[in-house]
Write a protein that binds this ligand. Structure first.
Ligand SMILES: Nc1ncnc2c1ncn2[C@@H]1O[C@H](COP(=O)(O)OP(=O)(O)OP(=O)(O)O)[C@@H](O)[C@H]1O
Length: 563
């Protein structure tokens, strides 16, 4: 009985990197039934590619040899950037030459592991007959990344050793790829499947890529934050969160808070934050996963894992939320009014199953729809709604700006009025309920936030607006909605939230979360009780997320499944 190499945790030991046994030279033999994975000849060059830092010259052959790929012998050439293979034809003097057969290749920037392939009997852990080497590479299909294998079969130990060593050396030269990660898994996220997703879909890939993962399974809310405040991150190349938006927000906040502590920033004042020291990877395992969808364009654990393994990075804008001069939280998005009230109501009915309490809270808040009386001030970003131009303007302005003095900035515009909802979003917040995003006018890293204000209107008009999120129609084309591209927002609430919640007391509610003089905000899906005045600032590129550039993707991100 022989093991056949497939991508699965159980068979990972079928590949070994041990070079100890690579000493017998054997003739090349046909590979039997193994399937060759074809790589499209004409692949699009990925923008922003990072070359391996090696001593080799880009296009010059480093090693050349004959391998069996699929059922045919191939002439295989390794350069510093790719492995190219061409079928050797005719294989017999009488065979006709197939002029259509062309060379194929895989870019080394897409290869994340190389292993020695051996034939082992069931239960055998070491040794085994050498069969060749296997390349593991990631293939892009629209927004999805998938892992594929290419088997280069040759029974010669010397031959395989040279190829294995050289490939390893080149792959080790990709400095942006992480070697050690700190992983937080929230076992309670969504359907409680986060740990299973990690074990089944992510851990085997990390193992193949030789990534050391230090896994913490969180035991309570705030656990990841407290670990991040104190743990040593010295030997770590990144942090990974397996969970939903609440978990991601907690880990992102923890990473950024840790950076401020390490840099000696006083978070009890309006300060200019420093960037997080490590990139954050997100394995989506929540119910909405807006951050993961915004950065990967898909809720797909393998895509997320491969972006992390390949070290793809995206700088991302982050908001800081401060009240009375003190930092409350770092985050990506916030909702006040309808969004905050709905979440507060859902939280007070935690005894209900998640989807039921969300639906209940949505319907009840719609039934009791109330505008918030507030004073809203904001500073626009570069005076343009075009996200690309806004980014340029903002980043130009930012170079000369002292963030600490933002409160004295003379360019605040102020509106006094009744608002049903106010959203401030630094990222587009794509999700299945809003395939174009809750804030389609912003980008992950354009240096600005989208401010979306929904003024007082009838319930039916408000519902019409909400329903538009799930369609391709512009959800903002209503006279009661304003959108602005901003770099700072200040909100002073003047109504009384405490009066509202006392109306909702009933026998089943858990203790009231809201305290006197505070207002419910939905910050990245987390309920935060914030005093009546809040200052929200955007900090361009404050955090790096593992992920590709969605702007390059050919496929439309996130399909609607919706309201
Ligand atoms: N062991 C735990 N028990 C209870 N809560 C936890 C635990 N670990 C983490 N948490 C908290 O659970 C909250 C919600 O988690 P998360 O966002 O991952 O799941 P979700 O709410 O199902 O997903 P989504 O936000 O996408 O709807 C987070 O704020 C996190 O801090």
């Amino acid at each position: 009985m022989f093991e056949s190499p497939r991508k699965s945790t159980n068979v990972l030991h079928a590949w070994s990197e041990s070079k100890v046994e690579l000493h017998d030279t054997q003739p090349v033999s046909p590979p039997g039934t193994e399937k060759c994975v074809k790589v499209k000849k004409k692949r699009k060059q990925q923008r922003g590619e990072i070359r391996s830092e090696t001593k080799y010259i880009a296009d010059e052959p480093i090693v050349r040899g004959i391998f069996q790929i699929g059922k045919k012998s191939h002439d295989v050439v390794l350069t510093a950037t790719r492995v190219t293979w061409t079928p050797i034809e005719p294989e017999t003097p009488t065979a006709e030459r197939d002029v259509m057969k062309q060379e194929e290749y895989v870019e080394l920037q897409d290869v994340f592991a190389v292993k020695v392939k051996r034939r082992r009997s069931a239960g055998q852990q070491t040794g085994g007959t050498l069969l060749g080497i296997t390349l593991f590479h990631c293939k892009k299909k629209g927004l999805k990344l998938k892992n594929h294998t290419i088997h280069l079969n040759n029974l010669s130990v010397d031959h395989c050793e040279i190829w294995f060593k050289t490939l390893k050396e080149i792959l080790n030269g990709f400095r942006q790829r992480p070697k050690s990660l700190k992983v937080f898994v929230n076992p309670t996220s969504h359907k409680k499947e986060a740990y299973k997703i990690y074990l089944d879909e992510v851990a085997p890939l990390f193992k193949l890529a030789d990534i050391q993962a230090d896994v913490t399974i969180t035991e309570r809310k705030g656990h990841a934050l407290s670990v991040l405040k104190d743990c040593s991150l010295d030997d770590c190349d990144g942090v990974v969160c397996v969970g939903g938006d609440g978990s991601v927000a907690e880990v992102a906040h923890g990473l950024l808070l840790r950076a401020q502590m390490d840099a000696g920033r006083d978070t009890d004042s309006i300060f200019t934050p420093v960037q997080a020291a490590l990139p954050l990877g997100i394995i989506p395992a929540g119910s909405t996963d807006v951050v993961a969808c915004s950065v990967y364009g898909k809720r797909h654990a393998v895509t997320a894992a491969l972006h992390i393994i390949m070290g793809h990075r995206q700088p991302v804008d982050v908001c800081s939320f401060s009240s009375m001069g003190r930092l409350v939280r770092f985050g990506f998005s916030a909702m006040f009014g309808f969004g905050g009230r709905t979440l507060a109501l859902a939280e007070r009915h935690r005894w209900m199953p998640p989807s039921q309490r969300r639906e209940f809270a949505l319907i009840k808040t719609l039934a009791n729809l109330k505008p918030e009386d507030c004073e809203l001030s904001f500073i626009t970003s570069g005076g343009t709604e075009d996200p690309r131009l806004a980014k340029e303007h903002f980043l130009r302005d930012e170079r000369n700006r002292d963030e600490d003095s933002i409160c004295e900035d003379g360019s605040w515009q102020t509106r006094q009025g009744l608002y049903l909802n106010i959203s401030v979003m630094a990222i587009p917040c794509l999700c299945s309920m809003a395939p174009r995003g809750l804030a389609p006018n912003t980008r992950l890293n354009n240096g600005s936030m989208a401010l979306i204000t929904v003024g007082d209107t009838s319930r039916s008009e408000f519902i019409k607006h909400l329903k538009r999120y799930s369609s391709t129609n512009n959800q903002f084309s209503f006279s009661f909605i304003e959108t602005h591209t901003v770099r700072a927002v200040r909100l002073r609430s003047q109504g009384s939230w405490a009066e509202d919640i006392s109306e909702e007391r009933d026998s089943k509610t858990t203790p009231i979360i809201s305290s006197e003089g505070t207002y419910p905000w939905n910050i990245d899906g987390d309920l935060l009780e914030v005093p009546s005045e809040i200052l929200i600032r955007v900090h361009p590129h404050l955090l790096a997320l593992f992920g590709g550039d969605l702007e390059e993707a050919e496929e439309a991100p996130v399909k609607c499944s919706c309201i």
